[in-house]
Design a protein around this ligand. Structure first.
Ligand SMILES: [Zn+2]
Length: 186
């Protein structure tokens, strides 16, 4: 009887975790069609990736609806694992306007359009930079999304950390803008 209750509890917890993990997906809405010029631009960018031997994924960054930057997947061409289209588009914009100016922008007015749903790395990078409005031409299959999520969970589960660390704290303190609360150590 007790074993059965434990099993029911475990299954309930699993269902609850899956429900909570998929909550953002329930909120997703369809976007209207993109302007033909924008679609052509995305196609050209995708072709550029193809010509370099990369998977054809393209991204365009908009501010107030105006294109301010773009990028395409260049992992193979550059040997840079972070050279996904979304990150390249944001990096190109940052290189032009500078990090300080970028931080002062009203990020609510930024929108990234990607031809393929961002991977966890790109999604985290975009969220980290306050770019929270994203439109994708094509969603990822659920199986691929869960594979990537599972890999992230495995990484977190396998992560080890030192019991005592002073080095990272010392390094943080050398930064001119160091604030204790940013490190989460206090
Ligand atoms: Zn990515």
């Amino acid at each position: 009887m007790r074993k059965r209750l434990v099993r029911i509890w475990l299954w309930s917890m699993l269902v609850l975790v899956l429900i909570v993990a998929s909550l953002p997906l329930w909120h997703q809405r369809c976007a209207g069609p993109l302007a033909p010029a924008l679609m052509q631009r995305i196609e050209r960018l995708g072709d550029s990736a193809l010509r370099q031997g990369d998977v054809p994924v393209a991204a365009v960054l908009l501010y107030d609806g105006q294109v301010v930057s773009d990028g395409f997947n260049a992992v193979v061409a550059t040997g840079n694992i972070a050279a996904h289209a979304e990150i390249v588009a944001v990096n190109n914009f940052l290189a032009r306007v500078g990090v300080d100016s970028f931080r002062k922008l009203d990020h609510q007015r930024l929108e990234l359009i990607s031809s393929w749903e961002p991977c966890p790395m790109c999604a985290a990078a975009l969220a980290g930079q306050g770019i929270l409005h994203v439109t994708v031409l094509r969603k990822k299959p659920l199986r691929l999304r869960w594979q990537q999520e599972l890999a992230r969970w495995q990484l977190l589960r396998n992560m080890r950390f030192l019991r005592e660390d002073t080095l990272q704290l010392q390094l943080f303190r050398r930064h001119p803008d160091f604030r204790k609360q940013d490190t989460g150590l206090y």
